[in-house]
Design a protein around this ligand. Structure first.
Ligand code: ADP
Ligand code: MG
Length: 725
């Protein structure tokens, strides 16, 4: 009988390349499915239009009357564009988006259908959402949470459904999603940055966070995917011997995109553009069958929604091309995993990118001020930042194969580092001679405007300055990036206020503004230099050094997550009204629960693979070898010349016994962990006692894969998953 693997291979090898569904004119179609400003102008009264603009720009509340008008216009637009349903679209704490569709149409008294969609349905919805993670914040008898419209992110049509971006909160006001605290953090940083801007500009009344993401992913043929229970159930391969060739020759990176993948990408781009997602680049990544797409940066709330939306449509469009998209951080052992680089900067209302160097002393003081503020935030809250990216998937990725190491450090590049060092050594001297002062200000004025070429050398730095922005690279490919950006925005906001106050203190002490700013830059830089690192992040020396510098060095996601409930971090997030203490406790708990549940599933799947796939295959091959031995002895009455056969039988025996006993021990460890009530203790048990068995089991399973007949092996091999496209 043919194994499922062979049936899958037959199917995968017969795949046709699907032409992209249609050819479109990009300018005409871009944003076609979005209720954007152009559509709002067409469908809304000027009162309604102004109301929504005020809400977006100034956070002004939308009145009931105006909400009704907006609902009317939005409905007309949606129905004209083929929508039949509407939903509040929100981001619960499970790293996906959620929707619950209601139709626009309701039967009236005469049995006819009428369209119904009013202001209150636009503004608020009550999904029966009791089974979303809440970390104990909603007891089941009071399980109602509600979703509320976020007017700052435009509604869009997905399929035949009008999607209304929303926040998700409980009845007593606790945030149950990513968007709520994310929006709050954007307000916090806006206020703080505007204050710091007043030191440099007269006309800045708002500062937006800009965010551009780069999304990495793998594609695997659908048939092969369905022949791997581990991929179906866990999103990654739990076993699989490395392919003889994978990424050593570096021949996949930036090579020409395989035709079938290109067709997928074209379809994806069309869909993304219609939804207003400005996808710009696409290319192969380092691992075989690994790819990346990146979008042009946008205001952060919108960019974040776009990333979540993109991950969703990616899955759907991959299916059309008989691919499955893997967003897991480490789908394959031994080769690169996938991350989501988050390019982050600040855009003032006068159009200045605050992290972009200028061409004179003034602009570069502004630039260095903001750089030193970000550095101090990342230094003081490196543990919190690390907690936001810690997950079971990222635990496999970080610290291996070109991923950033598991220690958050920052990288500035030579130009900026040396100018900051110069400032440090000179300003700290206090009494600069006139000529020294002149030399220093001259040097600051001379920072090249374009730094892009010489900044990005350290590709594995977790937090790198890349010319006019910072790039947070430790974020996992499947994560909702808002989790990381909430921490980044808030910690930076805190340091902005501190910086502003410091400048004011120096001014009071008699320094002129320039000197006061320069001194504040020096103080900030000196206090946070320990976050800077430009060496080999994987070395043992760095680990030791980082520990000495007080940075979080743990490799364990479970340990790293505890930073969510560190008093210093609670204080930070509470003081800006981002999340309250019990909300942070809840988030911490939810993340631990996810860790445990995912590991439990992985460990069960692995156990099943051992029992139902690997051991039976090994025994079958062993039985054939034994048959040969038996018959040989019968025929030749001698045991000479069958040494190899016996050796193979022995080898198989060793691996089978090891596999079996390790599996039993893993089950035992799991049982013990399952008996523990306390989630923190349970997560530690899973991480310390269950997880290590998985590596050991994998070792023997992969050995068996290499020993038995290729014809018998039931699971698609790495070389097939990675090279068939
Ligand atoms: P690389 O692979 O070299 O990092 P990419 O072109 O793939 O470069 O990605 C760069 C990303 O950085 C894009 O998403 C781009 O829009 C984003 N970016 C550029 N400038 C800014 C900025 N000021 N703020 C935020 N993101 C930015
Ligand atoms: Mg990048």
């Amino acid at each position: 009988m043919k194994t499922l693997r062979f049936l899958a291979l037959e199917e995968a090898l017969k795949r046709q390349i699907l032409e992209p569904k249609e050819n479109i004119s990009v300018p005409e179609e871009f944003g076609k499915c979005v209720f954007n400003k152009t559509q709002m102008r067409r469908y809304l009264s000027s009162e309604a239009y102004d109301g929504i603009m005020q809400a977006i720009e100034k956070g002004v509340r939308i009145s009931r009357k105006v909400a009704d008008q907006i609902a009317l216009g939005m409905k007309a637009w949606a129905i004209e564009n083929g929508a039949t349903h509407y939903t509040h679209w929100f981001q619960p704490l499970n790293e996906a988006s959620a929707e619950k569709h209601d139709t626009f149409f309701e039967p009236d008294k005469e049995g006819m259908v009428i369209e119904k969609f009013s202001g209150d349905k636009l503004v608020q919805q009550e999904p029966d959402a009791s089974s979303f993670p809440s970390g104990g914040m909603r007891s089941t008898f009071e399980a109602r949470g509600y979703t509320a419209w976020d007017p700052s992110s435009p509604a869009f049509i997905l399929g035949k459904t009008l999607c209304i971006p929303s926040i998700f909160i409980s009845y007593n006001g606790d945030a149950l999603d990513f968007k709520t605290p994310f929006l709050r953090s954007l307000t916090a940083i806006d206020k703080a940055a505007t204050k710091v801007c007043s030191l440099f500009f007269k006309d800045v009344h708002k500062v937006n966070v800009t965010f551009g993401w780069e999304q990495e992913y793998f594609l695997v043929d659908e048939a092969l995917y369905f022949a791997r229970p581990d991929l179906i159930l866990t999103g990654r391969t739990l076993i699989g011997h490395p392919s003889a060739k994978d990424q050593q020759l570096e021949d996949h990176y930036f090579a020409s995109i395989p035709e079938r993948v290109k067709a997928f990408m074209q379809d994806l781009e069309i869909e993304a553009w219609r939804l207003g997602i400005p996808l710009k680049t696409r290319h192969n990544e380092v691992s075989p069958n690994q790819f990346e797409c990146a979008s042009i940066f946008e205001e952060a709330n919108l960019a974040n929604d776009h990333n979540i939306l993109l991950m969703d449509i990616m899955r759907k469009i991959a299916e059309r091309h008989h691919f499955r998209v893997l967003l897991h951080e480490k789908p394959f052992a031994g080769i690169n995993g996938s991350g989501k680089h988050c390019n982050w900067s600040l855009m003032a209302s006068n159009g200045v990118n605050l992290l972009s160097p200028g061409n004179n002393l003034q602009t570069n003081l502004r630039f260095l001020a903001f750089v030193s503020i970000v550095l101090k935030a990342v230094y003081e809250y490196n543990d919190l930042l690390k907690a936001t990216i810690a997950s079971l998937g990222n635990e496999h990725r970080l610290g291996g194969n070109e991923a950033p190491p598991n220690i958050i450090s920052a990288f500035l590049g030579n130009t900026i580092s040396s100018i900051l060092n110069e400032i440090e050594s000179k300003v700290a001297q206090n009494h600069l001679s006139v000529s020294e002062k002149k030399a220093l200000t001259l040097d600051i004025g001379k920072i090249p405007e374009i730094l892009l070429d010489n900044t990005d050398r350290n590709r594995t730095s977790p937090f790198a300055f890349t010319g006019n922005r910072f790039e947070f690279r430790a974020v996992g490919s499947s994560a909702n990036p808002a989790a990381a950006l909430i921490a980044l925005n808030t910690s930076v906001a805190a340091k902005m206020l501190e910086f502003y106050d410091l400048v004011k203190i120096y001014q009071k002490k008699g320094k002129n503004k320039e000197e006061a700013i320069l001194t504040a830059i020096q103080k900030f830089y000196s206090a946070s230099k320990d976050i800077l690192f430009d060496g080999n992040g994987y070395s043992k020396e760095w680990h030791e050094e980082a520990k000495r510098r007080g940075l979080s060095v743990t490799n364990s996601a479970v340990e790293a997550l505890a930073a969510y409930i560190q008093p210093k971090n609670i204080q930070l997030l509470e003081s800006f009204g981002i999340l309250k203490h019990h909300e942070l406790e809840a988030r911490y708990e939810i993340r631990l629960e996810y860790y445990v549940k995912k590991l439990q599933i992985e460990s069960r799947v692995l156990g099943n693979l051992v029992d139902n796939h690997i051991i039976p295959t090994a025994l079958y091959y062993q039985q054939r070898l034994l048959d040969i031995v038996l018959k040989y002895v019968q025929v030749f009455q001698s045991e000479e010349k069958i040494d190899v056969h016996k050796k193979l039988i022995d080898e198989l025996n060793e691996h089978i016994s090891a596999l079996y006993s390790l599996k039993v021990s893993m089950e035992e460890a799991r049982k013990q962990a399952n008996m523990i009530e306390d989630i923190k203790e349970k997560a530690f048990m899973y991480s310390n006692n269950v997880k290590p068995y998985m590596e050991k089991i994998r070792y023997h399973a992969d050995k068996i894969e290499m020993l038995v007949d290729n014809q018998d092996w039931p699971l698609p091999k790495y070389r097939e998953l990675l090279f068939i496209r």
